[in-house]
Design a binder for this molecule. Structure first.
Ligand code: SF4
Ligand code: SF4
Length: 501
């Protein structure tokens, strides 16, 4: 059935004086929103096709284009907004679940913006990171709570395998399939240069990227796409994906249009057919089952690799993490509800899960109270936007943070949230060869390395300002944080005092 007409969300505005009809916009827009009218010799626009990716705006040589949010589309109504009406019209026309991409855009509180960081004054002087050593290296994995010695007093060297990061940042799971070959190549090579890790997501590991194995975390998700012994062996660590912040409680979905020959070979699945990974792992219905999978993976890799368990931040996340910390996992990754995705049902993305700030604080508190905090390292994920978010996450208890959306933005993503269509005009979330080649991996590596280097400098400056010279001293140090405009309950969960206290 034809959907009813919906007002375009964006308007393409072209300055006729400046437009030189070079047709760059027509060539650059995979959504075919621009067209050349041969008869009248002028460019035409179809605003209904525009997703506001800014590709045409950025590449128009005379800056003749801008994209505006459409105004006054329906009669003003604070309850029945234009977006609400458009979504109903779409669903009434198609009978389908609404799909979207990237993170939750709704105006829920962003707790990072309500936390302030301390700085030394007079006593406990600050440290100048340019002149004094500032340790940003972290080791992720299970640690002994205390030094263990044998009967002759020698330290027992029984430390579980660790991941060494030169700075407490990792590139989060993004599968080959959801993102392009060139995006993966950029992440892999940048991780190698930076001495950190990138993550395959649930899409398997392309043959070309085995050489980056020592900087690769491979994922084992419910669909088991691309999982085989060589894949596990190639990696530095293995991540079991139980959940994802953007879509807690449901599985993965890669639209068939993105499953090309290479993606199908890497994932070991048919070409052109939607790849749906189930919501649960069908062999995991308890912590004991999870423990079995963890030890199966350790056994398969001779106990040489740390195992990460990734969960979505949900209501009882602290209790879940407590179980995982006792299950033999080395690292827990917690993904908050603002985390990105290549494709998720809109309703799930926007309404399910909880903010990473509250989840992280609750988990760190619980594991400390139970005396098992050193059993595992904690990775925080789900919209780390800057080095200050990173500092605050570490102070709330994270050992390091995954960044996904920020990494894609560094590669050129303009957050148009249309990844699921496979028409990413920036060559990132697409498999169409003519679009993939728009992302130059050389440039991608450089931009990712620049971003992480810049954040590391800022991290060192902020640590120095607090009088701290190592990540270890910052981790879980909530005295370095103060809340502003938060309720007693929020402060209690975050474990921080209000500003002025
Ligand atoms: S979708 Fe992107 S390239 Fe196409 S008209 Fe809109 S902003 Fe321009
Ligand atoms: S990756 Fe591409 S399609 Fe996805 S939000 Fe970014 S620019 Fe849009």
């Amino acid at each position: 059935m034809e959907p009813l007409f919906v007002y375009p969300e964006y308007e393409i505005v072209r300055d006729r004086e400046s437009c030189i009809t070079c047709r760059v916009c027509e060539r650059q827009c995979a959504n075919e929103a621009h067209r050349y009218d041969e008869f009248n010799r002028k460019m035409l626009s179809d605003s209904t096709k525009c997703v506001n990716c800014h590709r045409c705006v950025a590449l128009c040589p005379t800056h003749a284009l801008k994209i505006k949010k459409s105004e006054d589309t329906y009669k003003l109504n604070a309850n029945w907004t234009g977006d609400a009406l458009n979504e109903i019209y779409r669903q009434a026309g198609t009978g389908g679940v609404l799909l979207s991409s990237m993170g939750n855009p709704k105006p829920y509180p962003v707790y990072w913006d309500r936390l302030l960081v301390n700085a030394s004054q007079v006593t406990n002087p600050s440290i100048d990171p340019l002149r004094e050593p500032m340790e940003t290296t972290v080791y992720l994995g299970s640690k002994h709570a205390e030094i263990v010695r044998d009967e002759r007093g020698r330290i027992k060297d029984t430390l579980a395998p660790q991941l060494k990061l030169k700075t407490p940042i990792l590139f989060s799971a993004m599968s080959y399939g959801s993102i392009s070959y060139n995006a993966h190549a950029s992440l892999a090579r940048a991780a190698e240069q930076l001495g950190i890790y990138y993550n395959t997501g649930e899409g398997g590991l392309h043959r070309d990227f085995y050489k980056y194995g020592k900087n690769t975390i491979v994922q084992v998700a419910s669909g088991r796409f691309g999982v085989h012994p060589e894949y596990l062996e190639a990696a530095a660590a293995i991540e079991i994906k139980m959940g994802q912040g953007a879509k807690p409680g449901i599985g993965g979905h890669l639209p068939g249009a993105k499953i090309t020959d290479a993606v199908s070979t890497t994932r070991m699945i048919p070409k052109g057919v939607d790849a749906i990974s189930p919501a649960p792992h069908h062999d995991i219905y308890s912590i004991e089952d999870l423990r079995q999978l963890i030890f199966s993976l350790k056994e398969a890799t001779a106990y040489k690799k740390p195992v990460i368990v990734k969960i979505a931040a949900v209501h009882n996340v602290a209790a879940i993490a407590s179980g995982i910390a006792r299950s033999g996992a080395d690292i827990i990754a917690i993904d908050g509800f603002r985390g990105g995705t290549g494709a998720a049902p809109t309703r799930i993305r926007d309404n399910v899960g909880i903010p990473i700030e509250l989840a992280l604080a609750a988990v760190d508190t619980r594991l400390r109270e139970e005396g098992i905090r050193d059993n595992v390292s904690i990775l925080a994920a789900g919209s780390i936007r800057s080095s200050s978010d990173l500092v605050k996450a570490i102070a709330l208890g994270a050992d390091a943070c995954y960044i996904g959306t920020a990494a894609l933005v560094a590669l050129g993503c303009h957050l148009c949230r249309s990844c699921h269509t496979g028409k990413c005009n920036w060559g990132i979330a697409t498999q169409r060869p003519e679009l993939v080649k728009r992302l130059n991996p050389e440039m991608g590596v450089e931009r990712l390395v620049n971003l992480v280097t810049a954040w590391t400098h800022e991290l060192q400056e902020m640590m120095g300002g607090m009088g701290l010279n190592s990540i270890e001293a910052l981790r879980g140090n909530r005295l370095m944080l103060r809340g502003v405009g938060l309720t007693e309950k929020e402060l209690e969960i975050l474990g921080v005092k209000h500003a002025g206290e």
